[in-house]
Design a protein around this ligand. Structure first.
Ligand code: ATP
Ligand code: ZN
Ligand code: ZN
Length: 802
């Protein structure tokens, strides 16, 4: 079989199209599916993935593969299959699905070098190539006449690795090390000679008398509480030596984590874990929905399930939302499983990400903890996949391929006959509905592990504040509560629920919000035309001068930010120190952790932030949580807005009173009667579920209906409208009667970067051919898309409806 089937990096009309290439002799022994190759395509040379081999091609005049980029496959057979599946599910190109599974470094052709990893001799030609060096450029190998086969063998044996040179400052990380320059008895002599006043110097010399091994300079300085000048002096005296050492970019220093051991489980935890263990034991695929209130010990259940998996020699993937991937979170996993854990975090540099990926690829770790894309970790013996905070919308990727990590996880777990755990205090309606139908197995943790009650939630009606003349954004109750905590030296978390600001119009007297008569969704205020519009259908109306409900003229649209709140806060409570955490203050790498650390060390009284503070924080000293505007999200043009509000309030309330001190939550709102706020305040998930399900059924939304969102964009508005209408026309011919097509209508953001955007939403229950229809439609417009820059984007599971 001397012909390779290759998926190349070009926008082909058919998503799974492959191209055939001859394999030159020198590659024939080493080429495997899952390797990346360089192939000629028209006048260019481009990258592609080998997906299979054939001995005959239906095409004549095949070209040859130019180069092979990998000596071992970067994608396993399973991942190649998965890529095909993802491409199909999300209607995206296979090449894009395959690339989504790899770290950035492997997405383009970087310079490579060969690194010798063994002290023993390699086969003689390779020894000759290295010629005493540890590193040689890959080109040196290509110019030699050593066979790829030979190289592949030493790579497989782990004696040689291929490193990619990433052009980034952080790639080659060096640390400064310190070691004693003399034997310990000579150091002891020197110690006597040091003057009495040189206390720090003495300590340092003494340190190395006790412990001769080299130590990282940074750590040494912290241990001894001294500075580099001490080191310098001793170095000049010839007692110690410092030197640079290149490190494997393990971003988390493993021995920094204190070892933890399995806790004695509570009855509820045991009840949840047992069936999971059974599924691991019997190698039976099953999806568990672990519904546990905040602080109920879900993580301990994960940890013990993973231990079970490791005991069986298998591997585990743990997904957590990006913003929960804090050092605190990492510590919990590294504390239990040590260096067996790789962490995949978007804040890592490209080089660090590649290193972590490679540790997985080379089977050096058993567990990966990471954000969304870690679901593609190249394990080959998966024993479990865990998705923490399964309700988080960040598990859905908004770029192509628009996959949902939950679907990918379940698909992979089916392949490996292993369980999936979806954990949350506020599961999505979709997941909970599946659990009630026994598609998923439900496990419930209803109590906190410390047996403390959930913090009491008080709802403050902000309309009353206005009526008594309080025009600030803080209710009297909240101010009083904050002052009380300050006196007791306890801490406060304030959430500004900012998403959705200045987009909706609300009566400040009665809280009335204008909604679309056809969609039960808040109308969006369009500043330019000064009109209210519905983003689901084409309905619009003028902004009312008086409230249609109470005739008040206090109609306002909203606009405020954390900075403004901070200013107002210092005016009202000048004695409080405030740390702000939002996109502005967390832009820099590591700043997120720094802020949390400062707060943990009680360097501030109040942590003020956006959504990102609602997750995973665990501070014993926080006894008050304030939510400034609980309803701002409620009126977003999004059918999930009630659900998101319920989730956010529940999560943020869970931050208070997690340890010995009792917690309290104050929720400020203009719509205190709304069921999502009422039910969140009493932690009543099941009633919320029932109420919200009834709404979804009535308005034909998930989980009763599936959605697909088509967005069409082009610089010419007429073209967008015409294309959109054509698409709807084509669809109407195919779909069944129970399917609803809304639109075409302008997208909520009708123009981005000078491109007009229209959309149509398909709501369907049973439409098995829909993907095929949509693909066909896309193909019909393929020419226009290529030549005229028309964009048709299809999202088979839309979360982001803008
Ligand atoms: N069996 C147990 N015995 C004693 N303490 C426990 C037990 N299980 C968990 N804990 C402790 O309870 C606390 C809360 O647990 P954990 O953070 O895992 O809860 P969670 O359900 O993940 O909460 P959240 O949803 O808020 O993140 C932790 O400090 C944890 O160490
Ligand atoms: Zn009103
Ligand atoms: Zn509408």
């Amino acid at each position: 079989m001397n012909i390779a089937k290759v998926i190349v990096d070009v926008p082909a009309s058919s998503i799974n199209q492959t191209f055939d290439y001859y394999i030159p002799d020198k590659f024939i022994d080493i080429l495997e599916p899952g390797m990346r190759v360089i192939v000629p395509f028209g006048p260019r040379k481009i990258m592609g993935f080998v997906v299979g081999f054939v001995s005959e091609s239906t095409f004549d005049k095949l070209k040859e593969i130019v180069d092979v980029l990998d000596i071992t496959p970067v994608l396993t057979k399973e991942l190649l299959e998965l890529g095909k599946w993802v491409a199909n599910e999300t209607l995206s190109l296979s090449i894009i699905a395959l690339q989504a599974m790899l770290p950035q470094v492997l997405k383009s052709t970087y310079k490579k070098e060969l690194v010798k990893k063994t002290d023993l001799d390699l086969p003689v030609e390779l020894e000759y190539l290295f010629a005493g060096r540890d590193i040689v450029p890959f080109e040196a190998f290509e110019q030699s006449n050593i066979s790829y086969n030979k190289l592949q063998k030493v790579i497989q044996a782990g004696d040689v690795t291929i490193d990619y040179l990433v052009k980034s400052k952080i790639t080659k990380k060096q640390i400064t090390m310190v070691k004693p320059a003399k034997d310990s008895h000579l150091l002891e002599e020197a110690l006597v000679d040091l003057s009495k006043a040189a206390k720090k110097q003495k300590q340092l010399v003494d340190f190395f008398i006790q412990k001769e091994e080299p130590i990282e300079q940074k750590r040494l300085l912290t241990i001894l509480q001294t500075t580099t000048s001490t080191l310098k002096t001793l170095e000049e005296k010839g007692l110690i030596e410092t030197y640079k050492q290149e490190v494997f970019r393990n971003p988390y220093n493993d021995d920094r984590f204190e070892r933890t051991y399995p806790l004695e489980l509570t009855d509820e935890q045991r009840g949840a874990l047992n069936p999971i263990k059974e599924s691991i034991e019997k190698e039976k695929h099953e999806v568990f929905l672990l519904h546990g209130v905040t602080g109920s010990g879900k993580t301990e259940v994960y940890l013990q399930a993973i231990q079970e998996v490791i005991n069986k020699g298998k591997e585990a993937i743990v997904l957590v939302p990006e913003i929960s991937l804090t050092p605190m979170m990492v510590r919990r996993f590294k504390g239990r499983f040590g260096s067996n854990v790789a962490v995949m975090h978007s804040a890592l540099s490209a080089g660090e990400k590649y290193d972590e990926w490679r540790r997985i690829h080379q089977k050096e770790v058993k567990v990966v903890v990471g954000a969304r894309s870690a679901v593609f970790a190249p394990f080959e013996n998966l024993g479990i996949i865990i998705i923490d905070e399964e309700h988080e919308t960040t598990y859905k990727q908004e770029d192509q391929p628009k996959y949902h990590a939950r679907d990918v996880a379940i698909h992979r777990a089916e392949n490996y006959n292993c369980p999936v755990i979806l954990g949350s205090a506020t599961p999505t309606l979709e997941s909970y509905a599946r659990a009630t139908k026994n598609v998923y197995t439900l496990a419930t943790l209803s109590k906190r592990t410390n047996d403390m009650p959930m913090p009491h939630v008080e709802i403050v009606d902000m309309r009353n504040e206005l009526h008594v003349g309080n025009r600030t954004m803080f209710s009297r109750k909240l101010v009083e509560g904050m002052k009380e905590r300050l006196k007791k030296n306890e801490q406060i978390v304030l959430l500004l629920n900012r998403r959705g600001y200045s987009t909706f119009v609300m009566c400040r007297d009665c809280g009335h919000v204008n909604e679309c008569p056809h969609c039960d969704i808040a109308l969006t205020y369009h500043k330019n035309s000064n009109r209210l519009k519905c983003h689901y259908c084409s309905y619009e109306e003028n902004v009312p001068v008086n409230c249609p409900e109470c005739s008040s003229d206090l109609i306002r649209y909203f606009g405020t930010g954390t900075q403004k709140v901070e200013e107002a806060l210092t005016e009202i409570i000048p004695e409080a120190t405030v740390i702000r955490m939002d996109v502005d203050t967390t832009r820099k790498k590591g700043s997120h952790e720094k802020i949390l650390k400062q707060f943990a060390e009680k360097k501030a009284d109040i942590l003020l932030g956006t959504q990102m503070i609602a997750k995973g924080l665990d501070f014993g000293n926080v006894t008050l949580v304030g939510v400034l505007t609980a309803d701002s999200m409620l009126h977003l043009p999004d059918f999930r807005s009630s659900e998101k509000t319920f989730q956010l309030l529940t999560q943020v309330s869970g931050r208070a009173g997690r340890h010995k001190l009792t917690g309290e939550v104050i929720v400020q709102t203009y719509t205190p009667e709304h069921y999502s706020i009422q039910l969140a305040s009493v932690y009543n998930f099941s009633d919320f579920y029932k109420t919200e399900m009834a709404m979804r059924r009535k308005f034909r939304y998930p989980p009763y209906y599936f959605l697909a969102l088509i967005t069409i964009s082009h610089e010419n508005k007429v073209k967008v409208i015409q294309t959109s209408q054509k698409i709807v026309g084509l669809l109407m011919n195919k779909i069944s009667q129970t399917t609803v097509v809304l639109g075409p209508t302008p997208s909520p953001i009708p123009r981005i970067k000078d491109r007009y955007r229209y959309q149509c939403m398909i709501k369907y229950r049973n439409e098995p051919q829909l993907r095929m229809y949509l693909n066909k439609i896309k193909e019909q417009f393929a020419d226009e898309m290529r030549k005229e820059n028309l964009l048709i984007s299809i999202d088979m599971q839309p979360y982001h409806l803008m």
